[in-house]
Design a protein around this ligand. Structure first.
Ligand code: GTP
Ligand code: K
Ligand code: MG
Length: 364
């Protein structure tokens, strides 16, 4: 039996036990047992903590959003407000101990929202359930960093640092550096632009540090030495991130205004249901999803059954979403919308789609 099952069993026993003088001692003991089990879950050395009990949640829907934040910032309250799932919320820290998935339907897309335990400083080293939380974060399409608007700016930096330490890069693209290890021939270094933050000597030193003596390096943009290290290590994930300040019902309007002006930031109050529409809008925008409507010849577009795709999707992607074999029978497509110069425009498989485009596929 896992720790979570044990906790559940004891919680059940508590709920069945009548509260009176005679059961006082028994109830106290049960609560102490729960506290001990919860502690075991939070300890990095605990076996349960290592295995990540309660964290393997199936991916579902069109995109996955992970809620990351310190304890009691309101992550579970947000899940409860936006989805039909219930996740326990309370004023004490570490109310949530596992990964709780919910689904938000927005613009015809099913977005999976994951409520997670709070993380604390040192999470990257395994404090609390930090490792498991971060492992889930890596599988998401968008990270929402939830912050308590009544607390200081330091929380944002601490969280960024924790994620940084485990190789998660927020709101940046992969550095445009070509890097290939070779069998021989030494290091060849080239740059396509003037470098202001790094130079050949620095690159040589870094390669030496990693015991790489033969490699081809080409800087295609003005990157830093940290960027170069990221490319060598290769195991970085580059993710969009949205900062959500909750509990704005507790701070002054001036303070709300100041927070809201930061990039990639949304201010909300989950308890008062304030600004949640704008939050969903921002989530959609950061996920960079596209809706594409199909149309049959001589018929109106199917605005009910829109297809959900990623930014960068081409006509070929649309074909694959409709049916595996369509791309083979493809002759051309007619597209109406923001991606075309005139409507309709006849396009090939490599044409890039835009949000709310209408497409009619003509087969051979
Ligand atoms: N004032 C105010 N309180 C809020 C708001 N949203 C949530 N809270 C309160 O904040 C407390 C913590 O909420 P939770 O949803 O449990 O927070 P959490 O981030 O899931 O916490 P853990 O699971 O312990 O990490 C609860 O007492 C909520 O009622 C809000 O918009 N304003
Ligand atoms: K809480
Ligand atoms: Mg919670």
């Amino acid at each position: 039996m896992g720790i979570l099952d044990k906790i559940q069993e004891i919680e059940h026993e508590i709920s069945r036990t009548q509260k009176n003088k005679a059961t006082e001692y028994h109830l106290g003991l049960l609560k102490a047992k729960i506290a001990k089990l919860r502690q075991q879950l939070l300890e990095p050395t605990g076996k349960a903590g290592q295995k990540g009990e309660g964290f393997d949640v199936m991916k579902s829907g069109d995109a996955r959003v992970a809620l990351i934040g310190f304890p009691s910032v309101g992550k579970s309250t947000l899940l409860n407000t936006l989805t039909s799932t219930h996740s326990e919320s309370a004023s004490y820290e570490f109310t949530t101990l596992t990964c709780i998935p919910g689904v938000v339907e927005y613009n015809g897309a099913n977005i999976q929202l994951l409520d997670l335990p709070g993380i604390i400083e040192g999470a990257a080293q395994g404090k609390g359930r930090g490792r498991q939380v971060i492992a889930v974060a890596r599988t998401a399409d968008l990270i929402v960093i939830m912050l308590d608007a009544t607390k200081g700016e330091i929380q944002r930096q601490l969280l960024e640092k924790e994620l940084e330490q485990v190789g998660i890069r927020l709101n940046t693209r992969k550095p445009n550096i070509y890097f290939k290890q070779k069998k021989g021939g030494g290091v060849s270094f080239n740059a396509m632009v003037p470098l202001t933050k790094c130079n050949e000597r620095m690159v040589q030193l870094i390669l030496h540090e990693y015991k790489i003596f033969n490699a081809e390096v080409l800087f295609r943009e003005d990157c830093t030495s940290d960027d170069f290290v990221d490319v060598i290590l290769g195991n970085r994930v580059y993710m969009p991130c949205l900062y959500v300040y909750n509990k704005i019902d507790q701070i002054s309007i001036e303070e709300v205004d100041r927070l809201a002006r930061q990039p990639h930031t949304v201010v909300v109050s989950c308890n008062m249901k304030m600004n949640l529409d704008f939050l969903l809008d921002s989530v959609w925008e950061h996920l960079a999803l596209l809706r594409v409507y199909t149309k049959k010849r001589g018929e109106k577009p199917d605005f009910e059954g829109g297809l959900i795709l990623r930014q960068g999707a081409t006509v070929e992607h649309v074909c694959h979403v409709i049916h595996r074999t369509i791309a083979q029978a493809f002759k051309y497509a007619l597209v109406w919308g923001q991606s075309t110069k005139y409507n309709p425009q006849r396009v090939g498989l490599s044409h890039l789609m835009a949000d709310e485009d209408v497409i009619q596929i003509v087969k051979k």
